[in-house]
Design a protein around this ligand. Structure first.
Ligand code: C2E
Ligand code: MG
Ligand code: MG
Length: 715
């Protein structure tokens, strides 16, 4: 009804009187003032017309049939909202009682009959002015209330003097409560907020009153429908002119939606969209936080990197859908295995990272790692497929001396890489050797490039001895690196790297030339039968022009090809078997011998052994080393030797360190051996001395020297 009244250009007045004359008299008087007028004959009619037309003012007689002015007044007021229409009562009864009764019924003013027109007009004008003022306040209030509604906000006020707390309607609406339920606002908070939150609000307001600093806190409200609301609460002090605190005034705002939106964004930032596990960002943040707490570091934090082995195969074979589902399944299983204090994150496509708390011992971490490995090795059924996967787990543990985030991450990663290198499906703790290993590899690669130019490589020779006669039949050429700082470096430290980088081709070529040159020299000195064994790596062997290279060396050094023995490994012969066989055949046509090195340590395919054109089988140190004095643990060595015999091959047994090793080899029909017992690999000059003492020269020179020695002995 207010809207109709407030939007009118000309005020509409309702005149209510049962007496026709009086009614018309007032009507005309008002019309002459420029107002629009409507009339009613009794209180009932007035009530209905007020409802229908929303007049800007009502001028109403008291004494009327059907419904008197008082009753009508009460009825009209009952229909109204906050903005009240001014009601001017016309009373013929100039007594205090009827005036009071008029006000009690809701009238705003009264005037005594018979009406003094001048005063009457003045009263009407005043009434309308007051209504206009009320209207503006009301509209202001409504605008504010609307704005509060949009902002989901309400205000409150606490009066220090009276200790009265007031909540605006918006707060009640916001918290889904009514004034009837909670006439005392404090009760509303007590019921809907947790005891802790109520205490926090009290403490915050207490501090504001004491120190004058505004407070802002956020707390929860539990609505009757069990929904949780997040409320932002802000309050400030209000002081009088004398600077005394008179009230505390604040707002409460429902920020649930904003909070949820922020939560959603936070979730997207910190969680993996596929598995819903924490992502790399959250993992890093959590680790950083954990590392800033000395007690957690001392109690031991284990950092685990898990990388799925060959996960690509699952995607390739079953499709990405199955791959994704499998990742979700594994993520859930991982999450179930850890404690609530631990964290598992997905940090890469097929990589997870964990932070485990309170793991101070290797055993503790080992226990968890074993459990985790089991998750993977279980058989998983998904979309009708049975999937099996393994994982590589790298682990590192913090200590007060080892708590740098990037160092720890590097350690866990190195350990995981290490597991990958040895085939996966294991866990491994970080150790310092891993760093030096990784570091060395880079340095070695760089320095090795210069080693050849600076002439730092050497060839050492290890004699190969006849089992029955004890005479030197030949020698294996073994490369050494005379490093300017490190001294003599074993091939174990650089051959693999050289193979990876391809430097082995150059190194192998140099060894070949050097060994052939040296051997030819010994031949010319009278040791004509010496056979030099030269190790050939797979890369070198599969070079386009390897045969030509050998021919060139033979040509340049003048060595007899029958005195060359090339040691090839099983892995070397595995690639492109037909081509390998044809190259080997070509060598044998030239008179060059072929040995199969490291037999039994690799793939060991017997059918392959049968196909390859070979001369010698080298029995690896692994089969000789464990043979004891009683000849036990020699079953495999025995088998290999007898197998070689069946295939018409000679054998050279490696790693002979004990006399009983020789006895065993002799007993089982082995031909030659090499090992520390006779001699370690030695430089050419020392080898020469050994040759001399071994008494194997064939030429006259040898005869002379022998006879000289015999002579000396006999003297
Ligand atoms: P390999 O060809 O199996 O060589 C035999 C290795 O056993 C040599 O190690 C030798 O010193 C060692 N050895 C011999 N007798 C004994 C013994 O009684 N006890 C023990 N514990 N060890 C013994 P080395 O010289 O360190 O060479 C290691 C490996 O490096 C060689 O194994 C070979 O695979 C590779 N290698 C060495 N020189 C060359 C080369 O010029 N070219 C290529 N491609 N590889 C080479
Ligand atoms: Mg060898
Ligand atoms: Mg060997």
């Amino acid at each position: 009804m207010n809207e109709m009244a407030s939007s009118r250009m000309t005020p509409l007045l309702l005149v209510v009187d049962d007496e026709l004359v009086g009614r018309i008299y007032i009507e005309k008087a008002l019309q002459s003032e420029g107002y629009d007028v409507i009339t009613a004959e009794n209180g009932q009619q007035a009530y209905e017309m007020a409802k229908q037309h929303s007049p800007n003012m009502i001028i109403m007689d008291v004494m009327m049939p059907v419904m008197d002015g008082y009753q009508s007044c009460v009825a009209i007021r009952a229909e109204e909202d906050q903005l009240k229409v001014p009601i001017l009562m016309l009373t013929g009864l100039d007594d205090i009682e009827s005036v009071e009764k008029s006000f009690d019924s809701g009238a705003t003013d009264f005037i005594v009959k018979p009406v003094n027109l001048a005063i009457f007009k003045q009263r009407v004008q005043n009434g309308l002015k007051m209504w206009q003022a009320d209207l503006e306040i009301y509209q202001q209030h409504m605008r504010q209330s609307h704005a509060y509604g949009i902002a989901k906000m309400g205000y409150w006020d606490w009066d220090k003097e009276t200790n009265k707390l007031y909540f605006s309607d918006e707060i009640y609406t916001m918290l889904d409560a009514t004034r009837e339920e909670f006439s005392e606002p404090r009760d509303l908070l007590d019921v809907r907020a947790s005891a802790d939150d109520v205490e926090r609000i009290k403490a915050a307001s207490g501090a504001t009153i004491k120190h004058g600093i505004p407070y802002s806190i956020e707390h929860h409200i539990l609505r009757p429908d069990k929904q949780v609301q997040i409320i932002h609460h802000h309050a400030e002090l209000i002081k009088n002119k004398q600077g005394q605190v008179i009230r505390l005034s604040g707002i409460m705002q429902d920020i649930t939606e904003r909070y949820l939106a922020e939560e959603k964004i936070r979730h997207q930032l910190y969680y993996d969209s596929l598995t819903d596990l924490p992502n790399r960002t959250l993992f890093h943040e959590q680790l950083e936080t954990a590392l800033t707490m000395p007690s957690r570091v001392t109690d031991g934090l284990a950092i685990l990197f898990i990388n799925l082995d060959r996960f690509k195969n699952i995607n390739d074979s079953f499709g990405h859908d199955v791959g994704d589902k499998f990742l979700i399944l594994l993520a859930n299983k991982l999450n179930q295995k850890i404690r609530t204090t631990d964290l598992v994150a997905r940090v890469g496509a097929d990589e997870f990272a964990l932070i485990l708390e309170g793991i101070s011992s290797i055993e503790g971490a080992e226990h968890v790692a074993k459990n985790l490995l089991n998750i993977f090795t279980e058989k998983h059924t998904l979309d009708g497929y049975e999937l099996i996967i393994t994982a590589s787990i790298g682990i590192t543990i913090t200590s007060p001396d080892n708590c740098d985030k990037s160092v720890l991450l590097q350690q866990a990663d190195l350990a995981m890489q290490h597991v990958k290198e040895v085939g996966g499906n294991q866990f491994c703790f970080y150790s310092e050797q891993m760093v030096s290993g990784a570091y060395d590899a880079l340095i070695i690669e760089k320095e090795l490039r210069q080693a050849l130019e600076r002439n730092e490589l050497r060839v050492f020779y290890q004699p190969k001895v006849c089992v029955t006669t004890g005479k030197i039949k030949g020698m294996e050429a073994l490369v050494r690196w005379l490093h300017p700082q490190k001294g003599l470096v074993s091939p174990y430290h650089f051959i693999t790297i050289a193979e990876e980088t391809g430097q082995i081709i150059q190194i192998g070529q140099w060894v070949l030339e050097e060994a052939c040159r040296q051997t030819k020299l010994w031949h010319t000195q009278g040791y004509d039968d010496l056979v030099v064994s030269i190790n050939v790596s797979a890369k070198q062997f599969h070079q386009q022009d390897f045969v030509d290279e050998i021919l060139k060396v033979i040509d340049e050094t003048g060595i007899d090809p029958h005195r060359i023995d090339l040691e090839v490994t099983e892995s070397c012969t595995m690639t492109n078997i037909d081509k390998t066989i044809s190259i080997l055949k070509r060598f044998r046509e030239l008179g060059i011998r072929i040995s199969l090195d490291d037999f039994g340590t690799g793939f060991s395919s017997l059918s392959l052994l049968n196909k390859l054109p070979l001369d010698i089988l080298k029995v690896d140190i692994a089969f000789i080393r464990d043979i004891n004095e009683q000849g036990e643990n020699g079953e495999l060595a025995k088998l290999i030797i007898s197998m070689a015999k069946t295939l018409g091959l000679k054998t050279v047994s490696e790693g002979v360190e004990e006399q009983h090793h020789i006895d065993f080899i002799k007993e089982n029909g082995g031909d030659e051996y090499q090992g520390f017992l006779f001699s370690k690999p030695i430089p050419a000059t020392e080898f020469e001395t050994l040759l001399e003492s071994n008494n194997i020269k064939l030429t006259s020179d040898r005869v002379a020297s022998t006879s000289f020695k015999t002579m000396m002995k006999s003297i």
